[in-house]
Design a protein around this ligand. Structure first.
Ligand code: AQP
Length: 331
C-alpha cells in the first residue's frame, strides 16, 4: 500500500468531441508526453464524456480514432503510456456510481463548466450535470499522483480530491489525493476569435487550430485572429489578452522565452508577428501531421494500441474497483 502511494502515476485524458486542438496540446498533452518518461501513465480517450453533448455516431467513431492518432503523433508512446478508450474499461462507470452516492448536488451545481455550457444554450441533461463525477472516477481508479490538465479542469480535479477525502474518511485510506499540474505558460489558451473565452473544439472552427489543420488553414486562422488595440508585441494578459495569447502559443511551439519573443518583435507589428507565428506552428505540426496521416492509413495499428492500453488499464482499474466494492460492503 505504502509503495503504491509513492509510485509516480499520471492520469489524464481528452474528449473526442471534435478535433484535438493546440489548446489541448499546450495545456495538457505536451505535459503527458514529458511525464510519461518518469510516470506510470494512463491516458484514456474519454469517449463517454463526448456523449454529454449530442454526437453523430458515425462522426464520433471517426473522431475517436483520429484522437488516438493525435495522441501517438504528438508523442505519446504506447510502450510507455496506456492509451485506451474509457468505454473499454467498464470500471469507470462502475466507480462513478459509488462516487455518485458521495457527491452532493450542491457541489455539482457550482461547476463553472456546466453553468457555461447551459449559458451557451446546451441542454441541461443529467449526463452533462454529473460528468465531473465520471471524471473523478476516471482519475481515482488509477490512484494517480498527478493529473496534468488545463485550467478549465481545475474545479473538477478539486471535486475529485473532495470525493477521495470523503471516501477515505468513511471507508478507510484508499485513494491518494491527486495533485493537478498545469504548464507554466498555456494553461488556458484562448479562442482566436474571442479572447474572453478559452479555445474549444465545440466552438467555431476559426476559433481554434486543430492539430490536423493544413498550412493554409493555419495561416488563415492566425491572420484572422482578433487582436487588441495598439500594435506592440507585448505579453500582458490583463490589458492585451489577444496578443498575449498569440505570444504564449509562439512560446509553446518555439520554446523561446516570452521576454525574448517580445524583444525579437520590438520593431514590428501584429501583421508581421502573426505571419511569423503561423510559420512556427506549421513547422512544428508538419512532422506530427505526417505521422498522424500514416497512423490513420493503418487503423489496425491504432486499434491494437488501444486494445493493449485497455488491457493495462483494466488490470489496474479492476484491482481498485474490487478494493472499493469490498470497503463499501458489496459482496
Ligand atoms: N483552451 C485550452 N487551453 C489549455 N488547455 C485546454 N484544454 C482544453 N482546452 C484548453 C485541456 O485539454 C485537455 C483535454 O480537454 P478535453 O478534450 O477533455 O475537454 P475540454 O476541456 O472540454 O476541451 P474543449 O476543447 O473545450 O472541448 P469541448 O468544446 O468539447 O468542451 C484537458 O486537460 C483540458 O483542460
Amino acid at each position: 500500500m505504502k509503495s503504491e502511494t509513492q509510485k509516480k502515476i499520471l492520469l489524464s485524458g481528452a474528449k473526442p468531441s471534435g478535433e484535438l486542438h493546440i489548446g489541448n496540446y499546450i495545456g495538457a498533452v505536451k505535459q503527458w508526453v514529458a511525464l510519461q518518461e518518469t510516470h506510470e501513465t494512463f491516458v484514456p480517450i474519454v469517449d463517454l464524456h463526448a456523449l454529454t453533448e449530442p454526437q453523430d455516431p458515425a462522426k464520433l467513431r471517426e473522431q475517436i480514432i483520429a484522437t488516438a492518432a493525435d495522441y501517438v503523433a504528438l508523442g505519446l508512446d504506447p510502450a510507455k503510456a496506456a492509451i485506451f478508450l474509457q468505454s473499454a474499461v467498464p470500471e469507470h462507470t462502475q466507480l462513478m456510481w459509488i462516487l455518485n452516492t458521495l457527491t452532493s448536488v450542491g457541489d455539482l451545481e457550482r461547476m463553472v463548466v456546466y453553468k457555461e455550457k447551459i449559458t451557451e444554450g446546451k441542454q441541461a441533461l443529467a449526463g452533462l450535470f454529473t460528468y465531473p463525477v465520471l471524471m473523478a472516477a476516471d482519475i481515482l481508479l488509477y490512484k494517480p499522483t498527478v493529473v496534468p490538465v488545463g485550467e478549465d479542469q481545475r474545479q473538477h480535479v478539486e471535486l475529485t480530491r473532495t470525493l477521495a477525502h470523503k471516501f477515505n474518511k468513511r471507508f478507510g485510506q484508499t485513494f491518494p489525493i491527486p495533485k493537478e499540474l498545469h504548464p507554466e505558460a498555456g494553461k488556458k489558451i484562448l479562442s482566436l476569435q474571442d479572447p474572453t473565452k478559452k479555445m474549444s473544439k465545440s466552438h467555431s472552427s476559426l476559433s481554434y487550430i486543430a492539430i490536423a489543420d493544413s498550412s493554409e488553414k493555419i495561416r488563415q486562422k492566425i491572420k484572422s485572429a482578433v487582436t487588441d488595440s495598439g500594435n506592440a508585441i507585448k505579453h500582458d494578459p490583463i490589458t492585451k489578452p489577444a496578443i498575449s495569447n498569440l505570444i504564449t502559443i509562439y512560446h509553446a511551439f518555439s520554446g523561446k522565452e516570452i521576454k525574448q519573443i517580445e524583444k525579437d518583435f520590438t520593431n514590428t507589428n501584429y501583421k508581421n508577428f502573426k505571419e511569423a507565428l503561423a510559420e512556427v506552428v506549421i513547422e512544428k505540426l508538419k512532422p506530427i501531421q505526417e505521422k498522424r496521416k500514416d497512423l490513420l492509413e493503418h487503423k489496425q495499428k491504432l486499434i491494437d494500441i488501444l486494445e493493449e492500453g485497455a488491457e493495462k488499464a483494466n488490470a489496474k482499474a479492476s484491482e481498485t474497483l474490487r478494493e472499493v466494492y469490498s470497503k463499501v460492503g458489496l459482496m
